[in-house]
Unconditional design. Structure first.
Length: 175
């Protein structure tokens, strides 16, 4: 079972551990080996347990996915590769999926405090980042809540955006 079914929260430290276990990071529609590996290093380096790649093409599929899988095994983490984003939603059934897009395509700003509350309530959260140009299609954005990060006006790329989101989520979960 990927997600433990019972958590007893006794301190903020346990919430930090819960964040690591209940947050799944997804990189969707990626072509670059480098982007897959950098995202895997980021996710695992910050202590998150599960990284998923969906719809990898070209070198990302042939080289990046096997290398990310190897890194997951070496770091005792979870890695999955699925054909498309809807496969992830269907199989993993996150309670809430946030899809990160530039501000012009999003309805709302990502609310870190809301996510921490959802995690406190035992919910499983998916954070989806677009790996290519364009990152996420309109069809993709319908599979969750399309959000942006306040004060980031342009598309800065999946790995820099994920680093901001994941680090801030860790900080807020430990308060």
């Amino acid at each position: 079972m990927l997600y433990p079914s019972i958590y007893i929260i006794t301190s903020s430290t346990n919430l930090g551990i819960m964040v690591l276990d209940r947050v799944t990071v997804v990189l969707h529609n990626v072509f670059s080996v480098y982007r897959v590996l950098e995202m895997a290093r980021l996710v695992y380096g910050l202590g998150f347990k599960t990284f998923i790649v969906t719809k990898a093409s070209g070198a990302a599929a042939h080289e990046g996915v096997p290398q990310a899988s190897r890194l997951a095994i070496k770091t005792n983490r979870n890695f999955f590769y699925l054909a498309d984003l809807n496969d992830f939603i269907e199989l993993f059934k996150p309670d809430k999926a946030y899809l990160f897009v530039p501000k012009t395509y999003a309805r709302d700003a990502f609310n870190f405090d809301e996510v921490v509350e959802l995690l406190r309530d035992g919910k499983n959260i998916a954070l989806v980042f677009g790996g290519g140009e364009p990152g996420l299609s309109r069809r993709d954005m319908e599979m969750g809540e399309a959000v942006y990060i306040v004060h980031i006006e342009d598309d800065i790329g999946a790995v820099p955006l994920a680093s901001i989101v994941l680090y801030e989520l860790l900080l807020r979960s430990r308060d």
